[in-house]
Design a binder for this molecule. Structure first.
Ligand code: TMP
Length: 208
């Protein structure tokens, strides 16, 4: 069976991490070889970049931020994603190119053409087979984060207006890529969301 790249996207606190774990366990129960990874931080180099990007003490210029996410992705694609796909694995990836469009494009207002060029360079054309967008109200997501973690990271600390623009970005991305991005209501119970994700994967990824 060929490998697949399945990406989980959404605003802060949308439930990606727990849904990825449930999905991974389910796929493994079907006898599929799965890896869970994330951006930023899916490689050793990337884990350093993740700290630089997210530690709230750091001052990071907007273009620097964009370039660091692109650098993290280039390393991740080369070192982790391509070899895992070649080995026939199912990759569950926490964030990918749409995060850069949503956060740096819609959120920061950086140039979309530049973002697409950097995404193209970083991925060498590797697109997700399927992207699950966990859609949750921005305030609800942030309140989950505040409950879980005492300290918010540099991006979580952004204004509510910033996070609303990111959300708007995801809505527009989903509307313009209906065959690749599937929306799931992230405010439903963990079990319901997991069931919906199973149904989506069965429909979109033949052979499950
Ligand atoms: P998370 O993995 O815990 O969701 O945190 C990653 C943070 O990095 C999150 O705030 C979104 C942000 N991010 C971007 O701004 N651009 C990107 O390209 C990626 C991958 C993440």
């Amino acid at each position: 069976m060929g490998g697949k790249l399945i990406v989980f996207e959404g605003v802060e606190g949308c439930g990606k991490t727990s849904q990825m774990q449930l999905c991974g366990q389910w796929l493994e129960s079907l006898g599929i070889s799965v890896i869970l990874t994330r951006e930023p931080g899916g490689t050793k180099l990337g884990s350093h970049l993740r700290s630089l990007l997210l530690e709230s003490e750091n001052t990071v210029a907007e273009v620097t931020e964009l370039l660091l996410y692109a650098a993290d992705r280039a390393q991740h694609v080369e070192q982790e994603l391509k070899p895992s796909l070649a080995a026939g694995k199912y990759i569950l990836c926490d964030r990918y190119t749409d995060s850069t469009i949503a956060y740096q494009g819609y959120g920061r207002g950086l140039n979309f053409k530049l973002i697409h060029q950097l995404n193209d360079i970083a991925t060498a054309g590797l697109e997700s087979d399927l992207t699950i967008w966990l859609d949750i109200d921005v305030e609800l997501g942030l309140s989950r984060k505040r409950k879980d973690e005492a300290k918010l990271d540099r991006i979580e600390q952004e204004t509510i207006a910033f996070h609303r623009r990111v959300q708007q970005g995801y809505a527009e991305l989903a509307a313009s890529n209906p065959s690749r991005i599937v929306r799931v209501d992230g405010s439903l119970s963990k079990e319901t969301v997991h069931q919906m994700i199973q149904d989506i994967l069965r429909v979109h990824l033949k052979g499950l």
